[in-house]
Design a protein around this ligand. Structure first.
Ligand code: SF4
Length: 61
């Protein structure tokens, strides 16, 4: 599974809190998915982060 964050991100930080193994705010304070492909043991929390994103900015493939 691959995760990407679109420019719709509003920098709320929720994904980083839910799944720090995959998401982080970068130096511009916009979330990025820095761990691709998503490690198997992080797939559940990655999906949870995507569901929790208030602007649906996390795309999973
Ligand atoms: S949860 Fe969504 S809006 Fe919030 S930082 Fe992550 S990608 Fe951005």
């Amino acid at each position: 599974m691959f995760a990407t964050v679109t420019s719709d991100c509003i920098e709320c930080g929720a994904c980083e809190v839910i799944c720090p193994q995959v998401f982080r705010l970068n130096s511009y304070e916009i979330a990025e998915a820095y761990m691709n492909p998503v490690p198997q043991d992080a797939e559940k929390s990655t999906k949870e982060a995507a569901k929790s994103c208030p602007v649906a900015a996390i795309i999973l493939e």
